[in-house]
Design a protein around this ligand. Structure first.
Ligand SMILES: [Zn+2]
Length: 321
């Protein structure tokens, strides 16, 4: 990172959070060790596609995995999964935030039907899915699992609760996925962070939330006025400032040290820049150290939450070494 002061290099975890080019390439798959715990990897995030893998590994080394959104085509998703040593055969479910093209691609329907992968979406969004080319294959196979406001189990060992968020006409869904190792909260494409979202995500171990735009860059951009008006509205996206405020509010409602990881999603390529995001989040150095910025074309490293016993054992080893 030439040009950045050494102090800043240590402060923000962005570079540590992105897979180095050598690992992100097609030829060097990153395999997960079979260590019990919860692991999360954002395969890519932005208006060109969003997809996150959540994987739960038991003490016996057996694992189950699901996707949060599937906004890349079938081939790109397969390639990105292969980069982390996985394939469609490893997936149990896809949980969809909403059916905008960057969050779910119609081409995924046939692949999901072929592999028996279940699709979880809010019953509000079922008409959007039904209109989608190829979705009948999922309905015919009985793989569409609409949910309401209650709790559901997208795969063994994971319990999901959701909160509805404002975004365009149809809204979007914020997911809290709870496992015996820890909880993940994910919210993207939301015009604002309501108190219900802060309540819902209080105490999570991994917080994934969008930090979409810098307000000044948006206002000064060459985009049509109606696009800017929509993005800046309560039904658009979260700015860096709004995202930081939401993360701080969730942190303030959580036990000390949580969220252990903050993953910033869906950064606009036209109206934001990693430096702008970094400047906002470095107002709280402790938070900045736990923060990762996602990218459109490169996946993040695996973010892991392991059972407390394992972490303590590792710390004891380090102390006695
Ligand atoms: Zn989006």
């Amino acid at each position: 990172m030439p040009g950045r002061p050494a102090g800043q290099q240590r402060l923000f975890a962005e570079s540590a959070g992105s897979a180095p080019p050598s690992q992100a390439g097609r030829t060097r798959p990153e395999t997960l060790q079979s260590v019990a715990g919860l692991s999360l990897c954002v395969l890519g995030s932005g208006s060109g596609g969003n997809c996150t893998v959540l994987r739960v590994t038991g003490a016996d080394g057996q694992h189950d995995a699901l996707l949060l959104d599937a906004g890349f085509g079938m081939r790109r998703t397969a390639r990105k999964l292969a980069e982390v040593g996985m394939g469609f055969g490893d997936l149990r479910a896809v949980c969809v935030t909403h059916f905008d093209h960057d969050h779910f691609k119609p081409a995924m329907c046939k692949t999901m039907a072929d592999y028996g992968i279940r699709l979880f979406c809010h019953h509000w969004h079922v008409p959007d899915l039904a209109k989608m080319r190829g979705s009948q294959a999922l309905f015919d196979a009985g793989l569409v699992e609409p949910f309401g406001d209650g709790l559901f189990v997208p795969m063994p060992g994971v319990t999901a609760t959701t909160t509805r968020l404002q975004h365009d006409r149809q809204g979007t869904i914020g997911y809290r996925l709870s496992t015996r190792f820890g909880d993940v909260g994910l919210a993207t494409d939301l015009g604002h962070a309501p108190p219900t979202l802060i309540d819902h995500f209080a105490g999570v171990d991994v917080l994934c939330i969008e930090s979409n735009y810098d307000e000044r860059m948006t206002i000064n951009s060459s985009r049509p006025v109606w696009v800017n008006r929509r993005n800046l509205s309560d039904s658009g996206h979260l700015s860096n400032e709004q995202s930081f405020e939401a993360v701080c509010a969730i942190r303030d409602r959580s036990p000390h040290g949580n969220p252990r990881h903050v993953v910033l999603l869906h950064r606009s390529s036209q109206c934001n820049h990693p430096t702008k995001v970094r400047r906002v989040f470095e107002r709280d150095p402790a938070l900045a150290r736990r923060t990762i910025q996602t990218q459109q074309r490169r996946r993040t490293r695996w973010v892991r939450v392991r059972p407390l016993r394992q972490v303590l054992r590792r710390q004891l080893c380090l102390v006695s070494a």
